[in-house]
Structure formats: C-alpha cells, structure tokens
Write a protein that binds this ligand. Sequence first.
Ligand code: GTP
Ligand code: MG
Length: 202
Amino acid sequence: MKIKSAEFVISNQDVNKCPSNNLPEYAFIGRSNVGKSSLINMLTSRKNLAKTSGRPGKTQLINHFIINKNWYLVDLPGYGYAKVSKSSKKTFQKFITLYFEQRKQLVSAFVLIDVRHKPQPIDLKFMEWLGEHQIPFSIVFTKVDKLKPKAIENHIEIYKAILLETWEDMPNYFITSSSKSIGKDELLNYIEKTNIDVKDLF
Ligand code: GTP
Ligand code: MG
C-alpha cells in the first residue's frame, strides 16, 4: 500500500473525544520505549509525525493520525513504566483500558515486543486481556536491527513456546526495525488487506 497522506488529527485522554467519523483504525500498544511511535513514523515515512524519545513515557495521550484520508493509526502511551507517579500510571491504565473496551472503530491492535527481551509477564497478561475481550491483535517484534538473524530466530522461538502454553495458535506476528525500515511492506499490506476485509462494517 502506498501512503499518500498522513496527518495528525487529535490527542486526548478520553475515548469519547476520539474522532467520531466511522473509519477503521489500528492501535499500537506495548511497554514504554518499545518503539510504538517510531513504528508509526517508519510506516508512514514521516520522521516526526509521532513524537519519539530515548526516555520511556514520551507518549502520554491517545493520538490519532489519519492515513490516506480513510483509516487511522493510533499511537498510545506505553504500559509498565515504573517511573511515572502512581496516580498518573493509574490514569494511563484506565483510559487505555476504556479505549480498548469502547472504541468501536478499532479493527485490530498491534502489541509491540522488543525482540531482545525474554517474554515479560506484563505483555503476556495484556495479550490475554485482549483475548478475553475478543479484541483482535498481531504481535510486532521491534528493534530487530539490534540482534543477529540467528538470535532473532531464537528469541522468537522462545516467545512462540511461551505463547503456545496459553494460545491454541501462535498469533499473527511481524518482525520489524524502524531504524532499518524492516517489516514495513508486510505491515502495510496486512492493513490494506484488513481494510478490504472489514469494508462492509464501515
Ligand atoms: P513511549 O511513548 O514512551 O511509550 O515509547 P515508544 O514505544 O513510543 O518508543 P519510541 O518510538 O519513542 O522509541 C523509544 C526509543 O527506541 C527511541 O530512542 C527510538 O529511537 C528507539 N527505537 C525505536 N525503534 C527502534 C528500532 O527499530 N531500532 C532501534 N535501534 N531503536 C529503535
Ligand atoms: Mg511513544
């Protein structure tokens, strides 16, 4: 799919204030610093569309970006970041939870996992929660530029083994690097195909 336009629309903490037009959307979620905002920039070939930072906790709101004027990418705050104050951490969790529970236009989530780390309970729990709420998702392994091919393969095999303890099938997954533009076509083709599949719902 060709990205002809990518524009920031609105940021907020309230799912009820997200864009009210009926267009399919895809949300990026995962631990702070995993590379959610960078991935949005990579997919859209726009360097600073979503704000990124080396320090975790950069994205603090629900951010909508409209792509080709007919679907949305949504950048969300990260979870699992200990340094934000307890009360604001709670707020994040609440409004992110409400976003996933209530956002009717959400077609699918992308759960980002840093390929370098061994499976973390918080990510596995979040995926389980999505499953319980029947929210479709794919896994996106990020930062694969940081490992050699053999190590990437090993880490993904370990991940698969853990997931297959809970899931009947391995969820759909992508292997990406925002700094090296790896996985871009695969992700965009997946979104293009999904947009066609859900066309009758919008
Ligand atoms: P929060 O908004 O804080 O939740 O973080 P985020 O998940 O949006 O991460 P962000 O995109 O801001 O990236 C965090 C850091 O990881 C930045 O320093 C990025 O440059 C770096 N980064 C992101 N993707 C990649 C990647 O594919 N490869 C490498 N080497 N670094 C990356
Ligand atoms: Mg971010």
